[in-house]
Design a protein around this ligand. Structure first.
Ligand code: BG6
Length: 492
């Protein structure tokens, strides 16, 4: 890697919310791995900021334990001992501007000269404005030869109005190009590979349109329930937790036009165009084209309101109204406590226009992008069954990351995202207008669900593939969820 991308200055990373879960499980294992791979700037300082008191030594010990538990890669104690001196802790209150002035002095001493600073908000979004105000008031956001960047974790707002207000608040102190809004799905290799599949090849793009594609299915299914986040989840639900961000992001990557380049501006312009081409639903459309459901037993979970109507599963049908996609349904679905952990995009092609062969099964071709687990790509097509006159059989070609690149080839998504923030590449981060356009699609659904209670809240059995209503959504169009068929391709 070319170190000039770091403008030659040391870099300081300040993590707000340093004693939290995200820091332990994701941020530190990722930063450590980047350091081991020599991808961080040579002079990097990582400073944890938080309300709990820790000495530097206690903080390091805590992170060491967290990394051993969560890293998912092997490392030596020697490597840790080289990394650990770069870590330190600063005790302060998020609401106290005086603590931020002390922080500024502390960082200046630590840096001993000019340095870039990355401020990572690993805490609830209600704290973003106050921290950003205090960073501004203590003169820490001013770029003077060295850059200043802020990374904001999701959720970015809880609806369009709150997201717009939040954008307004952060723009008071920061330019958009200093802001990195995280959607960790964009850091996944396989999610980036959607664009590589489409635009680094010539064989897919000519048929990637309404002439050849019948419909698209995007599934992000989880086997986990609420884990330790029940209280938070109950106030959020699946639409805010998964659709406004991850599922709509996947949709933009599948549906977008080829960007003029892979620069952050060009890429995000195209994504916004896709979202803008989706018509926000009317209440009647919400009633007909969305499904909301809760798994059985959800209301008995600790910290969940016993009368809660928070959905843990949703499915919907969307249309992208442009020349490429007019009339092609995109079916999106996500839920907790489902049968399988599976994130996949299925492109179902149209049936051949004519059955030429007498025993031809009219099976349409299918392209499946396996985002996780068993990351890869499969193509189903028809072949002549040997020793028959004219029978056809479905066969598939498979690409598995693990086979092609080795078992450990796929890094944690936060590694890539953290590296990009250090390098100033915002392509994999959501822009202000993108977040707002996504909320503008989700808001009418939330409002219809929450104020009119339509469609009725369905119930599903934990460990199933969701409620019958989820199947009806496609059955009404003469279609069905294809994941089980696709899994059979995988099992073979
Ligand atoms: C998070 C959601 O953004 O994504 C969680 O808040 C969800 O509820 C998680 O479990 C899923 O991420 P992944 O990477 O495990 O698919």
């Amino acid at each position: 890697m070319n170190t000039s991308t770091f403008n030659g200055l040391p870099t300081t990373i300040v993590i707000f919310g340093a004693s939290g879960d995200l820091t332990q499980r994701k941020l530190m294992p990722s930063l450590f791995n980047l350091f081991r791979k020599r991808r961080t700037p040579k002079d990097v300082q990582i400073v944890g900021f938080g309300g709990t008191e820790f000495s530097d030594e206690q903080f390091r010990e805590r992170l060491h334990t967290g990394i051993k538990e969560h890293a998912g890669y092997d490392f030596t104690e020697e490597e840790w001992n080289v990394f650990a001196p770069n870590l330190s802790y600063f005790h302060g209150k998020y609401g106290e501007v005086g603590d931020f002035t002390r922080l500024a002095e502390h960082l200046s001493q630590l840096e001993n000269g000019g340095a870039n600073r990355l401020f990572y908000m690993a805490l609830p979004p209600t704290l973003f404005p106050v921290i950003i105000d205090n960073l501004g008031a203590s003169g820490q956001l001013h770029e003077n030869g060295a850059w200043r960047r802020v990374v904001l974790e999701k959720p970015f707002g809880t609806d369009l109005e709150s997201a717009t207000i939040l954008n307004h608040q952060v723009h008071k102190a920061l330019n958009e190009n200093q802001i990195y809004r995280i959607d960790h799905y964009l850091g996944k290799e396989t999610v980036q590979n959607i664009l590589f599949t489409r635009f680094a090849n010539t064989i897919f793009e000519p048929i990637w349109n309404r002439t050849y594609i019948d419909h698209v299915q995007i599934t992000v299914a989880e086997t986990v329930g609420l884990e330790h986040r029940a209280g938070f989840y109950d106030s959020v639900g699946v639409l805010r937790d998964m659709f406004q961000n991850h599922l709509l992001q996947l949709l933009t990557l599948v549906a977008m036009e080829p960007p003029a380049s892979f620069s952050a501006t060009h890429l995000r312009n195209e994504k916004v165009k896709v979202l803008s081409a989706i018509q926000p639903m009317t209440p009647e459309q919400v009633a007909r084209h969305t499904v909301r459901a809760q798994y059985k037993g959800y209301r008995n979970e600790k910290q969940v309101n016993p009368a809660s109507t928070t959905p843990t599963y949703a499915a919907m049908r969307l249309f992208v109204n442009n020349w490429r996609w007019k009339g092609v349904p995109f079916y999106l679905r996500s839920g907790k406590n489902l049968a399988e952990k599976l994130s996949q995009v299925i492109i179902q092609f149209k049936e051949p226009p004519l059955a030429m062969f007498p025993m031809q099964a009219m099976k349409p071709n299918m392209l499946v992008l396996y985002l996780q687990p068993d990351e890869g790509l499969h193509v189903r097509f028809e072949a002549k069954a040997p020793d028959t006159v004219a029978e056809t059989r479905s066969v598939d070609m498979e690409f598995h990351y693990a086979e092609a690149f080795g078992q450990t080839a796929i890094p944690e998504s936060y590694e890539r995202l953290l590296l990009d923030t250090i390098q100033g590449d915002a392509s994999l981060f959501t822009r202000a207008d993108e977040v707002e356009t996504a909320w503008a699609l989700i808001d009418p659904i939330l409002q219809t669900w929450e104020t009119h209670q339509t469609p009725p809240l369905a119930v599903y059995r934990p460990g199933s593939w969701g409620p019958p209503e989820g199947y009806d959504l496609l059955a009404r169009d003469g279609r069905r969820w294809l994941n089980e068929e696709a899994s059979m391709m995988l099992d073979k």
